[in-house]
Design a protein around this ligand. Sequence first.
Ligand code: NCD
Length: 355
Amino acid sequence: MSVRNLIDLNQLTLEELDDIVDMACRISRHPSHYSSACRDKLMATLFYEPSTRTQMSFQSAMLRLGGKIIGFDNPGATSVAKGESLKDTVTVLSGYTDILTIRHPVEGAAMAASLYSSVPVVNAGDGGHLHPTQTLTDVVTLRNVAHRTDNLVIGMCGDLANGRTVHSLCKCMARYGGNSFVFISTQALAMPDYIKDYVTACGCRYSEVRTIEEAIPYLDVLYMTRIQRERFANEEEYEAQKGVYVLDGKKMSLGKPDLCVLHPLPRVDEISYEVDDDPRAYYFKQTLYGMYGRMALIIRLISEHESRQPDKPQVDSGFVCRNPKCITQIETYLPPMSNDTPKGKVCAYCEHHSH
Ligand code: NCD
């Protein structure tokens, strides 16, 4: 693979991604063949934010590969509570281990961690920004249940503004030929412009609608998401949005026979329990594909990292990120870094425009 860390799935070429997906499919057929693939290797899970599936599936993946795990999911019980910086925690833990996975509530935190780690870093979710291994999960699932990753009409519903899973998924699926998107949300929860611009730049079409009913008859995939309560500025803003979208049996009856319903989970109230028994509901199977995807990713990153040079930070000393949710606002020692896009410079950590 051309990369040392997995911060954004788009760092991989489509060939590299498909290679990992192929490997995940092979592992799912013969998991026992891989039971010592990471023997004597140690993974640290640095979870600064709550998680069930992502944390446990990374841990299960490493243990099933014969490796070992250390980590925390309660930063309050670590030196973080004493004010230790991300840089210091990562520098130390990367010295103990062979791979780090990090989940953090602040955008760009995984990218920041990768600057100070001597081993590969995997972004397990950075605030409302990206969640590449959830997307890997989704792609492995689509390969297995929809039998393709191109020429799909993909509906995404719910909190498209704050949902990192849909941001990552959109950026990834826009690279496969012939996919188009239907964004189902209220105005307040609309997909960010930078994602819509990316989709357009890839030559894909998208439309924006307000209800599930008007979109569902045309969809091959319906990706439901939770309203991200923890990312709202206050409780009133959340209360105004919660419960707007509920997928139930009646709405499912409008969908195609081969519709594929996905959800990264956890579900709150956006999918009625009656839908669980519909054969088109794949969200529980999806969690299992996630573990196989992570097994494949861990094998590739660990086995190839010796040959990869650390990414050299492209410091842009004049660049100022104005996103209040960016890691550079909190960990102020981080070097300013930017990337060029057709619409101007964006912060290399959180992808926000400088203006
Ligand atoms: C998602 C996340 O953490 O972004 N969950 C997950 O990783 N499976 C989705 C969510 O929390 O709503």
